[in-house]
Ligand binder design. Structure first.
Ligand SMILES: NC(=O)c1ccc[n+]([C@@H]2O[C@H](COP(=O)([O-])OP(=O)(O)OC[C@H]3O[C@@H](n4cnc5c(N)ncnc54)[C@H](OP(=O)(O)O)[C@@H]3O)[C@@H](O)[C@H]2O)c1
Length: 284
């Protein structure tokens, strides 16, 4: 029997409706995005984020800097946003041009406003099991798993990819949900042998067809984070034929992508609540 599709688009729409309600109650919420350079994929992500923010009533500020911007100039920009009381959340779109040290920029963002959850303080809190801001994509994946009642307690979860933005935080969230977690990456030997053991597989690699039907067990839950642009439009990391073996699978597009945008908005609301002293901790 083919897998049930996990409809991230519909769930994200519902979440955005709930966020719009919260924004109405909270009043003005400010989210600033900073894009350095003119990478076309980053431009699309930023546009989608702004459209979604506007729809829920978040005031989004779209800051665009030239590709030759220096590290010092970007640090100045981040410092301005940190001290701007009308801004609750700050997102610097990655990747940054080669002349800029990404880690230094991420460290400069006020952790309370760090809606991408990349600041070491937020990463540390996540590691300790008391998350504040966590990246929107892994949080969106957890929300999808919850929505479809996927059991995680004691489940074997395999995360393919160990990036700071997806793989690592995803693995930690699954661990905190009491799954037994294995992390795979480009040096993993016999990837299929590892993923075939999993009840839940999350794939965040960035190449089409990293996994196929032969790499998952019958009835497994498969979450495809990948977004790869080719001649046929956007495809995921997982061969769509995997749906013939999986129990649940996310489509691309329409699975994780819309959840990422919705959870980013949720993160901005979380930052706003903390900054207004409505919650004691951003993760509360
Ligand atoms: N849907 C969304 O909202 C959303 C959000 C974020 C990202 N994405 C997409 O998700 C994908 C991953 O993004 P990312 O930022 O995490 O990418 P990334 O920083 O490039 O990380 C990719 C990871 O995949 C691993 N990898 C590469 N080739 C592999 C292979 N053959 N087998 C196993 N692992 C392999 C790499 O291993 P090493 O560490 O050993 O190099 C690395 O850890 C991309 O397609 C991106 O566009 C989607």
């Amino acid at each position: 029997m083919p897998a049930r599709l996990m409809d991230g688009k519909a769930l994200a729409e519902r979440i955005r409706g709930e966020i719009a309600e919260e924004v109405r109650e909270l009043g003005d919420i400010g989210l600033a995005t900073v894009l350095v350079g003119d990478d076309p994929a980053s431009d699309i992500y930023i546009r989608l984020k702004h459209k979604a923010a506007a729809e829920v009533g978040i005031n989004a500020k779209d800051i665009r800097l030239a590709s030759q911007t220096t590290e010092e100039e970007l640090l100045d920009q981040v410092a301005q946003l940190n001290s701007d009381d009308s801004i609750d959340g700050v997102l610097v779109q990655l990747p940054l041009p080669g002349q800029i040290d990404e880690a230094r920029i991420v460290r400069a963002i006020d952790p309370i406003k760090d809606v991408d959850g990349l600041h070491p303080q937020n990463f540390g809190q996540l590691l300790l099991g008391r998350p504040g801001h966590v990246g929107a994509t892994p949080v969106g994946v957890m929300r999808l798993l919850e929505e479809y009642d996927v059991p995680l307690e004691g489940a074997r979860a395999v995360v393919v990819g160990r990036s700071d933005i997806v793989g690592k935080p995803q693995s930690l969230l699954l661990l905190h949900a009491n799954a037994t977690v294995t992390i795979c990456h480009s040096r993993t030997k016999d990837l299929g042998a590892v993923t075939r053991e999993a009840d839940v597989v999350v794939v965040a690699v960035g190449h089409a067809n990293v996994l196929g039907p032969e790499d998952v067990r019958e009835g497994a839950t498969v979450i495809d984070v990948g977004m790869n642009r080719g001649d046929d439009g956007v495809v995921g990391d997982v061969d769509p034929a995997t749906a013939e073996r999986a129990g649940l699978i996310t489509p691309v597009p329409g699975g994780v992508g819309p959840m990422t945008i919705a959870m980013l908005l949720a993160s901005a609301v979380k930052a706003a609540k903390y900054r207004r002293r409505l919650v004691a901790f951003p993760g509360a």
